[in-house]
Design a protein around this ligand. Structure first.
Ligand SMILES: Cc1cc2nc3c(=O)[nH]c(=O)nc-3n(C[C@H](O)[C@H](O)[C@H](O)COP(=O)(O)O)c2cc1C
Length: 497
């Protein structure tokens, strides 16, 4: 597939349905968007845990069938034998967990992650010729390479990476496609180690997954950047063919946001953005690659304005996150849509809640971690560990710690107590959001929802009828503009199931 080289509204695709972790931009959402001729992006974040929890729930998406086609038969068989429970599991039983993915790579963890990613991408690509991408977070280095490899084996079209500067990632994608070993440098806290090395890296070798790794098609690479400066740095440092376009995301977008460039925060940790956080689109355009605008552009006006600014289109997340096909259970989308229409839910930009240190948009929903009482009641547990950061312990071992883990543990691992303040366990909360919350005694892990500022004026659904689907989102975005993929007023997908 190719991205449009001109911003004319009639060229495809105009809309990227943004990657939303954990599991919100599910394969079914991405698939529907791709069937309509736009770009559907699945999320690779936490996908290994999503898959093993689904297998324990009786495999509602029939991943076992997909795994049967996976070329690494050994690990596919292991996943099914170890986790699949044909009759599901009792509601009060905790999920069996994967071993935490270590910083010193474990080949088994890598193979599991690659296989899990493969299932998500295969499901998203099933039965159509549309375009499917996969999203990852640059901050989460140790998951990136196995995840991309699993996606490559499933013939992924696009990789998009945000939350950091994915310079090295851009260089590793072609290596993985060629079946060669790849590595990403780790930023390790070595302050406790007597004799640290100069550099640490996370390594992945496709030959650990397949005896003879084939040459695979290189997917397009779309970095998600918050500023023209970042895009210019990447453009200057990378060979031209490593980047195929940009997603330029502003601070009103759902999920994580870039920290304010002026480094200004209110006393309660709320980031204070100003005009310096607006990317110079002329400078982006001058780089000569297609770009999409994200963050508050999810409207017909937003699409038109993007085209007028020279963009190829828009990336939209928040509106899609509440569509029927998203990874949220229907009871959740209904509750959120109703609450937003009734003005009971607001969007707040929280500077401290995410262990990544990046601001994170939080929906102020009662009964979730956004509620101080619920936050205080939750006993800190860290058993998924996606946001752990690497450090060397006193014996020189490469370990991980997360400021949302129990405070004592974090401090005993050399972390700064102040860092723990206000942090929430996004791993467990985001798993809970998609119906995979861990059971702890008589409690289930609490939710914490995210969404962009634009949700406060939600244009779809209503308090009385709190539902809509991906087609509704696309029809809305194309209101007043001709959808180039729909020949009549009917909602025929570009390619049938
Ligand atoms: C629920 C939710 C989760 C998100 N998770 C991610 C993510 O994991 N990675 C990412 O790059 N962007 C993430 N985003 C951002 C979207 O991909 C998209 O760029 C953004 O939502 C666009 O702006 P909008 O929120 O105004 O539509 C998330 C957004 C939402 C609403």
């Amino acid at each position: 597939m190719a991205l449009p080289s001109s911003p004319a509204p009639s060229t495809a695709p105009n809309i990227i349905q943004g990657g939303m972790g954990i599991g919100v931009s599910s394969w079914s959402l991405a698939r529907r968007v791709a069937q309509r001729g736009e770009i559907g992006i699945v999320s690779g974040t936490g996908i290994d845990s999503v898959v093993v929890r689904e297998l324990q729930e009786g495999d509602p998406h029939d991943r076992c069938t997909v795994l049967a086609d996976y070329p690494d038969k050994g690990i596919a068989g292991h996943l099914v034998d170890r986790f699949y429970r044909p009759d599901g599991m009792p509601a009060d039983e905790p999920y069996d967990l994967l071993n935490m993915h270590p910083f010193e790579p474990s080949v088994r963890s890598q193979r599991i992650l690659a296989a899990a990613t493969y299932t998500e991408v295969r499901l998203a690509k099933k039965g159509h010729e549309g375009t499917i991408g996969m999203n990852l977070l640059a901050k989460l280095k140790r998951y990136t390479l196995p995840c991309i490899y699993g996606a490559l084996l499933a013939d992924i079209d696009i990789v998009s990476i945000g939350a950091g500067i994915p310079l090295e990632e851009a260089r590793q994608i072609p290596k993985l496609a060629a079946g060669e070993p790849a590595a990403l440098r780790l930023d390790v806290d070595t302050s406790q180690a007597p004799d640290p090395d100069d550099s640490y890296a996370y390594r992945f070798d496709p030959a650990d997954v397949l005896d003879a790794p084939p040459a695979l098609d290189r997917p397009l690479f779309l970095p998600i950047v918050s500023s023209d400066a970042l895009a210019r740095i990447m453009d200057a440092k990378l060979p031209d063919e490593h980047v195929d376009g940009w997603v330029v995301e502003g601070p009103v977008a759902g999920g994580h946001n870039a920290p304010p460039r002026n480094k200004n925060y209110a006393a309660d940790g709320t980031p204070l953005y100003d005009e310096r956080d607006e990317a110079d689109l002329e400078a982006i355009r001058a780089l000569g690659k297609p770009f999409y605008l994200a963050g508050g552009h999810g409207s017909p006006e937003g699409l038109r304005a993007a085209h007028e600014a020279g963009a190829a289109g828009i990336q939209v997340g928040s509106l899609f996150s509440l569509a029927k096909e998203s990874g949220y259970p229907p009871s959740t989308t209904r509750r959120l849509i109703r609450g937003l229409h009734n003005g009971e839910i607001e969007v707040s930009t929280e500077g401290r809640v995410s262990s990544t240190g990046f601001p994170f948009k939080v929906l102020t929903v009662d009964g979730t971690l956004a509620d101080a009482e619920v936050y205080d009641r939750r006993a800190r547990v860290c058993d998924l560990g996606y946001l752990r950061e690497p450090y060397l312990d006193e014996e020189g071992r490469l370990m991980g710690r997360c400021p949302a883990e129990p405070v004592k543990t974090y401090v005993s691992r050399g972390g700064d107590r102040d860092e723990t303040e206000g942090r929430a366990c996004l791993c467990n909360a985001l798993m809970a959001n998609i119906g995979c919350g861990q059971q702890r005694g008589d409690r289930t892990e609490p939710f914490l929802f995210t969404g962009g500022d634009a949700l406060e004026d939600l244009p779809l659904g209503s308090a009385e009828d709190p539902q809509y689907d991906a087609d509704d989102v696309l029809d809305y975005l194309y209101r007043g503009v001709r959808d180039p993929h729909v020949s009549s007023s009917s909602r025929q997908p570009q390619s049938a199931d």
